[in-house]
Design a binder for this molecule. Structure first.
Ligand code: GLY
Length: 388
């Protein structure tokens, strides 16, 4: 072969690889990703003692956390997602065992994140197996979260002490409402559903800017319910659009519309989606904050990309706007294709996490450009949703 011919064939191969990665179906990506996920989950499980959950890798060191960390439900949840797709009994055993290790959590004051912890673990366990063992955990978790509801504010409390406030609500807290709506249905407890709806309505009123970006933190006066101030903790600035916050907002209102059918929640999700569709980079994975002036020379956040992909996939099935539905579906697919590419998806190593390049809390210098357990969880969920 002449030099010219071999250059031609190399270029042809590169073009074929690029075309394949730009057109790979969700089904094909899933067939590639889930067997590796199953191996990584099993290896992670073998490394972790009982009651220890994976969190990240920093400076080459794997970092774990106890069951009271806000992230504790994601590993069991990731195992449930992988079991749901593969039907692998080994994953079922891991998912069950890791879920039951969290069963005592509702006895403690672990904060609003109880929704993530119990929802992603026991919530998925019940959804997938219908095994009643998990029901009391869901009920106790929901009661724990409901005790944080303040009727004057119309929200469940996120943080009790932050700057000069004693009652702050973060946009992330939208995610925890699914535990309330799930328990409301299972236990015929309308008051839990009403709390969740009130929280979501209060958040529509106070958390969003005119362009449908969201503040991270809103501080309320717990007696009057008045807004005291709005700011960020994990974003670039008080006025910026922190990427994961926008992802929680998109997911939160999409999920709340699915759960309650409340008419106001669908347009809220649609408007957040339209804003994101305009602002996301071409490959769909956001920079850690949409307003970081260093873009494009700053970090991406794979976790925000994965959460958005899962939410876009679901919103595409709920919206009646067919053009928006197509755009949401295309964006979800683009996001999972990017995340499943060699740039983000680790086929081995990576502390047995699936995705690289997430950002936990950049202003505090914590968990920057690292794997994170929740990025993996929402990545697999997005794939499952795109396969439905
Ligand atoms: N509440 C957790 C986070 O998004 O960092």
């Amino acid at each position: 072969m002449t030099n010219k011919t071999s250059v031609f064939f190399i270029l042809l191969l590169i073009a074929a690889a690029i075309t394949l990665s730009c057109s790979e179906s969700a089904e094909h990506i899933s067939k590639r990703v889930f067997p590796i996920a199953a191996q990584q989950i099993a290896a992670m499980d073998a490394r972790l003692a009982s009651g220890v959950t994976p969190r990240t890798v920093e400076n080459g060191q794997v970092k774990d956390a106890g069951i009271r960390a806000w992230t504790s439900g994601f590993f069991a949840g990731t195992a449930w997602q992988a079991y749901e797709y593969t039907g692998d009994e080994k994953l079922l055993e891991i998912a069950r065992r890791r879920t039951l290790e969290l069963a005592s959590l509702p006895q403690y004051n672990v904060g609003h994140d109880i929704g993530f912890m119990i929802g992603c673990s026991a919530g998925n366990a019940w959804r997938i197996t219908r095994d009643s063992t998990f029901l009391p955990i869901i009920k106790a978790g929901a009661d724990n979260l409901a005790a944080r509801f303040n009727p004057q504010v119309g929200c469940t409390l996120s943080w009790g002490e932050f700057r000069e406030s004693k009652f702050t609500v973060i946009i992330d807290n939208m995610m925890n409402l699914e535990l309330l709506t799930t328990a409301a249905k299972l236990f015929d407890a309308d008051s839990l559903k009403e709390m969740a709806i009130t929280h979501a309505n209060t958040t529509i009123r106070n958390h969003f800017r005119d362009d449908y970006t969201t503040w991270h933190v809103v501080a309320y006066d717990p007696q009057s319910g008045d807004v005291d101030f709005k700011c960020t903790r994990q974003g670039y600035s008080d006025d910026s659009a922190w990427a994961r916050g926008q992802a929680w907002a998109l997911y939160g209102y999409t999920m709340m519309y699915r759960e309650t059918g409340e008419p106001a929640f669908l347009p809220q999700a649609e408007n957040i989606a339209r804003m994101l569709l305009k602002r996301l980079p071409k490959d769909g994975v956001p920079y850690w904050d949409f307003d970081d002036p260093d873009i494009p020379d700053t970090y991406r956040d794979a976790s925000a990309g994965a959460i958005m992909a899962s939410a876009f996939a679901e919103l595409s099935t709920l919206t009646a706007d067919s053009k928006l539905s197509r755009k949401c579906h295309r964006m979800a697919l683009r996001q999972v294709r990017t995340l499943a590419s060699g740039q983000y998806f680790a086929t081995e190593g990576n502390g047995n996490f699936l995705l690289r390049h997430s950002v936990g809390n950049l202003p505090d210098g914590g968990e920057v450009d690292v794997p994170l357990s929740y990025a993996d969880y929402y990545f697999l969920e997005a794939l499952i949703r795109l396969n439905r």
